[in-house]
Design a protein around this ligand. Structure first.
Ligand SMILES: [Zn+2]
Ligand SMILES: [Zn+2]
Length: 298
């Protein structure tokens, strides 16, 4: 527990290749993901996190149910962010030439200085509906011929090395055992994946943004905190043994879950997330949504 990505690119690459050999995933997409991971790994060591939390601050905040970044802007470097964004966009254009408009757009005034970083931090906190609203309010995106969903994905992807380094630094100091909430203890996002740990069956949740991992009860929905077992169920499909999709009838959220015991090996949840995208399609078709897209009462 603590952090969900392996420490080195070599470790991740080995696992990536094992997935890639057996997955029915489009070639271009596969290479793009590989390039993306490479960018994350080559930059995560360069990200200097001006350390903003003392150990007792971490403990108190987690105990009180406040995620660590709540109410504060993470100290990320805008110029460095733009550099990573350029790398991410270049990788996208290499594998998907139709995204070239975004590369052009990097020269626009709207994407100079600290604006891309601020925009990225804003959009990563929005759900699908809010995101659509945001892009329709930024007319210049459409004028530049940039596809909003693509732009949102790439802007968020370029933020990852920052969040990953931050969460890994914090996870080195705590195992988040004081944390009882359904959202991420570091950045506050809803979990994107879960694992039932092989050794003891404990449910581990993982944040899709910073990849912090924390333990959470098995009989509770992390999104709406519903504990009525009749409203919680799961399904699986034959193509993906060792996985199930947990769904909640209360909030209509779903969470892909890896069954550690059945998989019989160490699983990097972010990789499994990418290579089981069919499960997302089934869940959405059945009327469920990932946690980040739910509109939940506060
Ligand atoms: Zn997080
Ligand atoms: Zn729920």
């Amino acid at each position: 527990m603590g952090h969900g990505l392996p420490l080195t690119w070599t470790e991740l690459k080995k696992e990536f290749d094992a997935y890639a050999g057996s997955a029915a995933i489009e070639e271009a997409l596969l290479h793009f993901y590989e390039a993306l991971f490479q960018i994350w790994y080559s930059n995560r060591d360069r990200v200097e996190i001006a350390f903003i939390f003392k150990p007792e601050q971490i403990r108190d905040s987690l105990r009180e149910g406040r995620f660590l970044l709540s109410g504060q802007k993470p100290p990320f470097d805008a110029a460095f962010y733009r550099e990573i964004l350029a790398e991410v966009v270049a990788a996208a254009v290499e594998h998907f030439p139709e995204t070239a408009a975004l590369q052009e757009a990097l020269h626009l005034e709207e994407l100079q200085g600290d604006r891309p970083l601020l925009m990225a931090m804003e959009i990563t906190s929005l759900n699908e509906v809010q995101l659509a609203h945001f892009f329709s309010s930024q007319q210049w995106f459409a004028e530049a011929g940039v596809e909003p969903a693509q732009a949102a994905f790439l802007l968020a992807a370029a933020l990852k090395p920052f969040y990953i380094s931050l969460a890994a630094a914090i996870a080195a100091q705590t195992d988040f055992s004081f944390w009882r909430e359904g959202c991420c203890p570091v950045c506050g996002r809803m979990p994107s994946m879960a694992l039932l740990r092989a050794e003891d069956g404990a449910r581990i949740l993982e944040c899709g943004q910073c990849h912090a991992q924390w333990q959470f009860g098995r009989l509770e929905c992390p999104f709406c905190r519903n504990r009525d077992f009749q409203q919680l169920r799961h399904f699986s499909i034959d193509e993906f043994p060792g996985r199930r999709v947990q769904v909640c009838e209360c909030c209509k959220g779903y969470l892909k879950t890896v069954l550690g015991k059945e998989m019989g090996r160490r699983v990097t949840l972010e990789l499994d997330n990418i290579f089981t995208v069919e499960l997302d399609l089934v869940a959405r078709r059945e009327g469920y949504q990932p946690g980040g897209d739910l509109v939940l009462p506060r």
